[in-house]
Design a protein around this ligand. Structure first.
Ligand code: KIV
Length: 258
């Protein structure tokens, strides 16, 4: 049965851990879906990992829509969530509604994700949810705020820690169905997970979350730069490079046959 935002909330109650990975194209999306991944996120890490930008900031809504449409064609069972790119939702709840509406209408995705938990963001979440758009939150290290936060671990002082807890609670009150916790201490992530009724998905946030999320290219050892908390299960970069070298050798030495 297809996974929905409500399924994830139920799984939290049933203590079933949620498996989430990113996809930006049809081929990867299809493999993830067929391998039983619960949630496929068209993450804006697309900007850095697949499009070669320095940060996630330059990514446009049009670029995101293009990739999300390809992912949609590969996903049959998993819940598909699409990141709202930088400055396609921060300006006003109306701007967020327009952008999220386009994502749902044009790509067939079932939900959007946005970063930040400051009071205005909770208001934006409430507007989207009231319009029938399921929203996944994202706090802790929020890459769209790189120029303010850097890529360092968040929630490391008492003040930051209590700010993160209140942001998580405010987002839940506003109606999110799940919350990504990125690069925060495991004990803090566990505390937030226990306080919320919606599931948390951790990335660099220990094992006490209600599920985990990773960038697929990091998991596969395919990215050219990986965050310190990435868990690598394969070395695709080396495998691809070796295959390409062998092909090159075969062609140049005229050994290539089909
Ligand atoms: O863009 C992304 O890939 C993310 C992560 C949480 C995986 O937001």
């Amino acid at each position: 049965m297809a996974v929905t935002p409500r399924t994830l909330v139920r799984w939290k109650r049933e203590h079933r851990s949620i498996v989430t990975l990113t996809a930006w194209d049809y081929a990867i999306a299809k493999v993830l879906d067929e391998a039983g991944v619960d949630v496929v996120l068209v993450g804006d890490s697309l900007a850095q990992v697949a499009l070669g930008y320095e940060t996630t900031l330059p990514l446009t809504l049009e670029e995101m829509l293009h990739h999300a449409k390809a992912v949609r064609r590969g996903v049959k069972q998993a819940l598909m969530v699409v990141d709202l790119p930088f400055l396609t939702y921060q300006e006003s709840p109306q701007q967020a509604l327009q952008s999220a509406g386009r994502i749902l209408k044009e790509t067939g995705a079932a939900a959007v994700k946005l970063e930040g938990g400051y009071p205005a963001m909770a208001e934006t979440v409430a507007v989207l949810v009231q319009a029938g758009i399921p929203v996944m939150g994202h706090v802790g290290l929020t890459p769209q705020s790189v120029h303010q936060l850097g890529y360092r671990k968040q929630g490391t002082t008492n003040t930051e820690e209590s700010r993160l807890v209140s942001e998580a609670l405010a987002l839940e009150r506003a109606g999110i169905f799940a919350l990504v916790l990125e690069h925060i201490d495991g004990a803090l992530a566990e505390k937030i997970s226990q306080k919320l009724t919606v599931p948390t998905l951790g990335i660099g946030a220990g094992s006490g979350c209600d599920g985990q999320i990773l960038v697929t290219h990091d998991l596969l050892g395919w990215s050219d730069r990986q965050p310190p908390f990435a868990k690598v299960y394969a070395n695709l970069r080396e495998t691809i490079s070796e295959a390409v070298r062998q092909y090159g050798d075969d062609v140049r030495s005229r050994r290539f046959r089909v």
